[in-house]
Design a protein around this ligand. Structure first.
Ligand code: NAD
Ligand code: UD1
Length: 337
């Protein structure tokens, strides 16, 4: 298929472009490089001998969307472009609504102009908010606790309404749990700018000596060892879930939502231990207060992904930790080396 990938130069996008090319799809990327490096796509191109079309531009701009779609004629779109920092969404909510919600509306309108009826959308498990029960299935109530989460839930609703009103349209929102890790080549990976918000890149930067120690946010959660529990999923598994979602979208009409996780939770201390075991590097840590807005546990029900997409995660914690470390060692300053 001809697939337009918005935000295709970013962390999840670059791994997905790699998986798409390997699965034989044609890819065109629209990215403004506000949080990514062109080097990521150059490396994916070199690894696949693949040709990746590129439009440098803003997903909110009709001119950029038209430039990306004219000539290429996408049969489907995977929509990653957007902003993802919870804290920043609280201090700059309008920016988040503009880029994440406005970008989705502009993209769907461009798809209408260019006769493209299929979309896979990057949503987040954060749309569920504080869990009533675990594992979280897709019927769990949605009540996101911050502007970022609300932009994702609003975008889901807009896409559902568009799919309902558009003949032949087909759409799915994938609710990612906690993507971590890097491609096994160590050529592409997560490259956060500044202090990482998320656990795994922080651990990797402690391991490489860029940061002194990990602060563990809360040791008094009602979990096995008192630290927060999450469903970490290897980014290459997540990338392959997009290839499966694309096949699903191509074969039907309508709208659906689907979790993408592993179904297994790991605590912060278990992640530290797994990283140390996979790499042989000790991670100094300090137990600190809980982070505002955090929850005890977040674990996915993965039944729907298996039944609807025929997809299941394949990679384990040692793969996640080992590939993160290989990427970090080979690229201590990310794509800026
Ligand atoms: P990322 O920041 O690495 O990738 C986003 C990409 O979009 C970047 O390449 C950036 O340059 C581009 N972009 C941003 N604004 C743009 C705009 N206005 N126009 C064009 N391009 C723009 O983030 P990621 O981790 O790869 O996440 C991808 C998507 O998945 C996001 O929508 C994010 O909200 C969602 N998501 C991520 C996670 C996670 O933990 N990483 C979890 C759940 C959902
Ligand atoms: C965070 C976001 C969530 C987003 C997800 C994407 C918040 C409140 N939530 O979720 O909306 O979808 O990232 O991946 O920001 N931890 C530490 N020390 C650190 C960093 C994290 O102890 O330096 C702990 C956290 O308290 C948590 C776990 O590690 O228990 C995972 O944290 P993180 O990687 O930030 O992911 P989420 O909190 O799940």
């Amino acid at each position: 298929m001809r697939v337009l990938v918005t935000g295709g130069a970013g962390y999840i996008g670059s791994h997905t472009v790699l998986a798409l090319l390997r699965a034989g799809h044609e890819v065109h990327v629209l990215d403004d490089f506000s949080n990514a490096s062109p080097e990521a796509l150059a490396r994916v191109g070199a690894m696949t001998n693949g040709r990746i079309g590129l439009t440098r531009g803003d997903v909110r701009k009709d001119s950029a969307l038209d430039a990306a779609m004219e000539g290429f004629g996408p049969e489907a779109v995977i929509h990653f472009a957007g902003k993802k920092a919870v804290g920043e969404s609280e201090s700059a909510p309008l920016l988040y609504y503009d880029i994440n919600v406005g970008g989705t509306v502009a993209l769907l309108a461009a798809m209408d102009r260019h006769g493209c009826g299929g979309i896979v959308f990057s949503s987040s498990a954060t749309v569920y908010g504080s869990p009533d029960y675990l594992p979280l299935d897709e019927d769990h109530p949605t009540r996101p606790a911050n502007p970022y989460g609300r932009t994702k839930l609003m975008s889901e609703g807009i896409i559902a309404d568009w799919a309902g009103a558009t003949d032949g349209a087909s759409a799915i929102s994938l609710r990612y749990f906690n993507p971590v890790g890097a491609d096994v080549s160590a050529r592409i990976g997560e490259d956060p700018i500044g202090v990482p918000d998320n656990l795994m890149p922080f651990i990797a930067q402690v391991a490489i000596g860029r940061r002194k120690e990990l602060a563990i946010f809360g040791a008094d959660w009602p979990t096995r060892d008192g630290t927060g529990e999450r469903d970490y999923i290897h980014v290459s598994d997540l990338a392959e879930a997009h290839v499966a979602a694309l096949a699903h979208v191509a074969g039907r009409t309508g709208y659906d939502v689907c979790n993408v996780g592993t179904g297994t939770g790991s605590t912060v201390l278990e992640m530290v231990a797994a990283f140390e075991a996979a790499t042989g590097v000790a991670i100094p840590y300090r137990l600190t207060d809980r982070r505002p807005g955090d929850v005890k546990s977040y674990v996915a029900s993965v039944d729907k992904a298996r039944d609807l997409l025929g997809w299941e995660s394949r990679r384990d914690l040692p793969d996640m930790c080992g590939s993160t470390w290989a990427w970090q060692q080979a690229n201590p300053n990310g794509f800026r080396d």
